[in-house]
Design a protein around this ligand. Structure first.
Ligand SMILES: [Zn+2]
Length: 275
C-alpha cells in the first residue's frame, strides 16, 4: 500500500511535469473508484491551468484555476507521466492529458483510490473538505512534537501503537512506521497511551520523524521511474529493524523479535528493549 513516504515521493516525481501546464483533457476509462468519478468532471477541468501541487496526509492536491483535484492512491494506486496516447493497460483508469503532449496516468488495480474535485483552493479544502478537515498534524510539520502526543493521549487507554496510527492524532504513521518508531523510542507497542510520559513521547515524535524522513530520502532514488512506461514508481524497500522480523534477533540486544496483533494489525517488538 502506498504510505506517506511513497505519496511524498510521488508528489516530488510528478510536480515538475504538471506545474504550469494546462489540462487539455481528462480521459476517464473507469469511473468506479472508491467514490465514482463524477460524469461532469472532464468538463470542469478541461482547458484549466495547473497552478500547483501539494500533499495533505496521503492526499495529493492538484490546484487548478477553478478549484482543487483531490487524489488518493488507495491500496494499489500509482501515477506516471507518459506521452499522451501511450496504450493504456487494463488498470490504467484515467489520464490527465497535458498541454505538452504528455499525460498523468493513474493505475489502480484494486480501485480503492480516489479522484474528486472541489471548487475550493487547497487551503480552504484542507480546512473544510470532509476528507481533509479532521486530519491530525503532519508528522514532518511544525505542529507535531512530543508535547502534542502527550496532550492528545491523556485519558486515552488505547494501545500506544493504535494511538499513533490514528489519523486524527497524527497523519501518515502507517503500520510499518509505527512498529519501527516505537522500537527506536524503546516503547512497548501495547502500552496504554495514557501511561507513556512526556519525555518518552518526545523520543517517539523524534523517532517518527526520523523513520519517515529516512523513507522519503530512500524514495528519492526512484524519482526517474515516474516518466518510464514500465517503471514501478514510488514503492521502495527500507531497511527495517523489527517489522516483518518475528523470531529474528533484535538489532539492539539479540533477543528474538516477537509478533502479536494489536488493533487488528501485525505488531513486531523486542520484549527486552521496549517497555
Ligand atoms: Zn532488543
Amino acid at each position: 500500500m502506498p504510505e506517506l513516504p511513497e505519496v511524498e515521493t510521488t508528489l516530488r516525481g510528478i510536480r515538475p511535469h504538471l506545474e504550469g501546464r494546462r489540462i487539455e483533457q481528462l480521459v476517464v476509462r473507469e469511473p468506479r473508484l472508491r467514490l465514482p468519478i463524477p460524469p461532469d468532471l472532464p468538463a470542469l477541468v478541461g482547458g484549466r491551468a495547473i497552478l500547483g501541487l501539494s500533499r495533505r496526509a496521503k492526499y495529493l492536491l492538484i490546484e487548478i484555476e477553478t478549484g482543487t483535484l483531490i487524489l488518493h492512491l488507495g491500496m494499489s494506486g500509482s501515477l506516471r507521466v507518459l506521452p499522451t496516447g501511450s496504450p493504456p493497460g487494463k488498470h490504467d483508469h484515467l489520464d490527465l492529458a497535458l498541454s505538452d503532449g504528455r499525460c498523468l496516468r493513474l493505475r489502480d488495480p484494486r480501485r480503492f483510490g480516489l479522484f474528486v474535485w472541489t471548487p475550493d483552493p487547497p487551503e480552504i479544502a484542507e480546512a473544510r473538505h470532509p476528507l481533509l478537515k479532521d486530519l491530525g498534524p503532519e508528522p514532518l510539520g511544525q505542529e507535531f512534537d512530543g508535547e502534542h502526543l502527550y496532550r492528545a493521549s491523556r485519558g486515552r487507554r488505547v494501545a500506544v501503537k493504535s494511538f499513533v496510527m490514528d489519523g486524527g492524532v497524527v497523519v501518515g504513521v502507517g503500520n510499518i512506521y509505527a512498529n519501527e518508531s516505537l522500537f527506536l523510542a524503546g516503547i512497548h507497542p501495547s502500552r496504554p497511551s495514557h501511561r507513556v510520559g512526556s519525555e518518552r513521547y518526545g523520543r517517539l515524535a523524534r523517532s517518527i520523524r526520523a523513520v519517515l524522513a529516512d523513507a522519503i530520502a530512500q524514495g528519492g532514488t526512484s524519482l526517474r521511474d515516474f516518466v518510464q512506461e514500465d517503471g514501478n514508481p514510488g514503492y521502495f524497500a527500507q531497511s527495517l529493524k523489527v517489522y516483518g522480523r518475528a523470531g529474528k534477533s533484535c538489532p539492539g540486544c539479540g533477543e528474538p523479535v516477537r509478533q502479536r496483533r494489536i488493533g487488528q494489525r501485525s505488531s513486531f517488538y523486542c520484549p527486552r528493549c521496549q517497555r
